[in-house]
Design a protein around this ligand. Structure first.
Ligand code: SF4
Length: 228
């Protein structure tokens, strides 16, 4: 069994955060009317993608009626629509849509995970919940040995990647979050910050598709230029 598969098996059974366990299961039981005939996943959502990936994308947490419904990160909601269109344009996804776990999407040289693996109320995991789930992020990253670039979607993911002990050394001084901000770990990948493709950002124009494209085009350039 590969290391990532073994992590996934343990992660999907995790119940360390009582508040988030209750919330993910309550959403799965109540459902949104549009999905009333579907079985929700309602468990921790593991990362997915290419185990040899050069690009790691870190989001905030599963969407209530997206990943918490479909069981795959960024799958089945508007944030995912934006993310996968951008990944496809940059060559990191085989198709621009991610609608269900069996939709044949393949990530190309890319792996997607999140700072927190269970959907939190109001998209706000507590500091303790973030720390608790950081253990899973560390395990996933230890199993992904080819990462050259990390794209953090949103300030929370950016902060977690900087704060966790990921085996990549330090970033000094620690930068403030902003769209397009970059930071290089002393012994690890380049970290690029992006505004999260949440509806709050995309509906208001805070994040546009060209802005998201810039981030993934930059990631692709860095990966292409690495010494072989
Ligand atoms: Fe476990 Fe993470 Fe979910 Fe907490 S948020 S229950 S640590 S998977």
């Amino acid at each position: 069994m590969s290391r990532l598969v073994e992590i996934e098996r343990r992660l999907t059974a995790c119940r360390r955060c009582p508040r988030l366990v209750d919330w993910r299961e309550q959403i799965a039981e109540e459902k949104r009317a549009a999905y009333a005939d579907q079985d929700y996943w309602g468990k921790p959502v593991p990362g997915f993608g290419d185990p040899e990936a050069s690009l790691l994308v870190v989001g905030l947490a599963p969407g209530a009626h997206g990943a918490n419904r479909t069981g795959r990160m960024f799958t089945g909601d508007r944030s995912g629509d934006w993310l996968f269109r951008a990944l496809h344009r940059a060559g990191f996804a085989s198709q621009p849509r991610s609608t269900a776990a069996d939709d044949d999407l393949r990530l190309l040289d890319c792996y997607i995970t999140a700072a927190v693996h269970c959907v939190p109320p109001a998209n706000k995991p507590s500091a303790d919940e973030q720390r608790e789930c950081g253990a899973w992020l560390r395990e996933e990253i230890a199993a992904l040995t080819g990462i050259e670039v990390v794209v953090a979607l949103g300030g929370l993911a950016f902060g977690r990647v900087l704060r966790e002990e990921l085996g990549w050394g330090r970033v000094e001084p620690r930068p403030r979050f902003g769209h397009g901000v970059e930071a290089a770990f002393s012994d690890g990948p380049l970290l690029i910050a992006s505004y999260h493709p949440s509806q709050q950002n995309t509906f208001t124009g805070r994040l546009t598709e060209p802005m998201l494209d810039q981030v993934f085009e930059r990631a692709a350039r860095v990966i292409r230029q690495r010494p072989s």
